[in-house]
Design a protein around this ligand. Structure first.
Ligand SMILES: Cc1cc2nc3c(=O)[nH]c(=O)nc-3n(C[C@H](O)[C@H](O)[C@H](O)COP(=O)(O)OP(=O)(O)OC[C@H]3O[C@@H](n4cnc5c(N)ncnc54)[C@H](O)[C@@H]3O)c2cc1C
Length: 441
């Protein structure tokens, strides 16, 4: 059976759905092909019994009022909560509010900052994440908060990672001075430290659900791309499998939001492009509902120390009361790993044991009795921005530019550390290029 469309979008996460919605609004025929049984990608809200949980806590923050208004409008059917952020770092047996209050900043962080300042910062441009962090925060803060945490999250040391991640996540202008100014000013305005965020009442999955409603009827879920077909040197069709049968879709333009390495695997070998050099970090999310003995006053807590196998825990009832019935402490634990390793393959029960036996657990939940458990696995959670990874990424993008009707966008498709707002902007920009291409062809 052959489907004909103007634009085929690969991937049904927020980027693919946002691009499809923009193209459909411009009068183009679109189809979205998603390998999973459901859309949403990394921004999905999963269910476990009477509980809902995000695949890692997702807060919405918009630096551009236009994108915020657009999103509020899109989600207008549901309630958009605006919680005041409460988060912490658990380290050395102590819970430290993060971003620090002025008082605990002085008590816990200041000695580390001063110690770090006395050590010599590396000269010149930061070549590694370690250099970047030591320059801005000092070696003491790097050693205490980032050294083991980075290894846990990324599987690599700070000396092996590119500073690009920190530039995006923490911000190029970040410094101890900037943080102190924000604290004194009483308003944590930088994107990472913003004091209030937006959150859909039924979980982040409301966002892709709303995007999907605008993305047209041709949303093919559980569909696996098998082979791209070419006409005059350009991709013009795709053979895919759906429900055990081979099907075909013909298109004028192709938008890809799937991992760049998966896209390259569908194309003939391109000079200079090496899919194996485009690496990702995977994530296993454990959901655990605990009989509440003790409330936890945080949305999320980071665990930088090596003695906790997880890097962050979220208390979902604080994000929205609709995430769990009363009387429970609903938590997610984020375990970063590589697809196929022992953590990736661990059973739900063993993962729960690993979480519950952590010394941090006592502080997190006190005495507890476990209820519902569930696990979700994300193979491409983070694009891995390692030192030396810029060149293969640039080579892949240059090679893809040989196809004028092929566009990539989003976090996973662009292999870039993007948040929701950046994905929306990037997908709309890609959709505008597709419109120009189709009108000009
Ligand atoms: C733990 C975690 C916490 C986060 N927290 C926040 C936050 O607080 N705030 C925020 O703004 N952002 C946050 N993000 C980032 C946010 O999730 C992403 O920016 C966004 O969801 C990326 O959407 P995307 O569509 O670009 O990629 P994805 O969601 O990865 O979508 C790609 C889609 O392609 C599909 N796919 C993959 N391979 C194929 C294939 N071969 N064929 C067909 N389909 C395929 C996937 O199943 C997926 O649905 C977080 C991310 C993570 C991992």
């Amino acid at each position: 059976m052959e489907l004909k469309t103007d634009v085929l979008v690969l991937g049904g996460g927020i980027s693919g759905l946002a691009a499809a919605g923009r193209l459909k609004a411009a009068g183009l025929r679109t189809a979205v092909l998603e390998k999973d049984p459901q859309t949403g990608g990394l921004s999905r809200t999963a269910r476990a019994g009477n509980f809902s949980f995000d695949l890692g806590g997702h807060r919405l923050y918009f630096s551009k009022p236009g994108v915020r208004h657009w999103t509020e409008d899109l989600l207008k059917g549901g309630r958009l909560l605006r919680p005041r952020r409460s988060s912490a770092v658990f380290t050395g047996g102590r819970m430290l509010r993060y971003p620090p209050t002025f008082l605990n900043g002085l008590l816990y962080a200041a000695p580390l900052l001063l110690q770090g300042r006395r050590r010599k910062s590396p000269a010149g441009e930061a070549a590694t994440l370690k250099d970047w962090l030591e320059k801005r925060l000092g070696a003491g803060v790097h050693d205490r908060y980032f050294r083991d945490y980075t290894r846990k999250v990324w599987g690599l040391g700070t000396e092996q990672l590119s500073p690009v991640w920190a530039e995006r996540r923490i911000g190029g202008g970040f410094s101890v001075r900037a943080l102190l100014l924000e604290l004194f000013g009483g308003d944590l305005a930088s994107k990472e430290n913003v004091s209030r965020f937006l959150y859909p009442e039924k979980g982040i999955g409301e966002l892709p659900d709303a995007l999907r409603a605008d993305a047209g009827e041709n949303i093919l879920t559980g569909a696996r791309p098998l082979e791209l077909l070419f006409k005059e040197g350009r991709p013009a069709g795709l053979i895919y499998s759906l429900g055990g049968t081979r099907r075909q879709v013909a298109f004028k333009a192709l938008v890809s939001t799937i991992p760049l390495s998966s896209l390259l695997a569908l194309l003939p070998a391109l000079p200079g492009a090496n899919p194996a050099a485009l690496r990702y970090r995977s994530l296993v999310v454990l959901f655990a509902a605990l009989r509440r003995k003790k409330p936890l006053p945080y949305h999320w807590v980071y665990f930088p120390d090596a003695d906790a196998a997880f890097s962050r825990a979220c208390e979902l009832a604080n994000w929205s009361p609709l995430m769990a019935p009363d009387g429970w402490l609903p938590l997610t634990f984020e375990f970063f790993c590589d697809e196929g390793d022992s953590l990736w393959n661990i059973s739900t029960e063993d993962l729960a044991l690993l979480a519950f036996s952590s010394p941090a657990m006592k502080r997190l939940a006190g005495e507890f009795e476990a209820g519902e458990l569930a696990v979700e696995r994300l193979p491409h959670a983070y694009p891995l921005l390692y030192c030396g990874g810029d060149a293969p990424l640039a080579a892949a993008k240059t090679a893809l530019a040989a196809f004028p009707n092929l566009f990539t966008c989003g976090r996973t498709g662009g292999h870039a550390y993007m948040d929701t707002e950046e994905c929306l902007l990037d997908s709309w920009a890609a959709a505008d290029k597709v419109k120009d291409f189709i009108r000009g062809s």
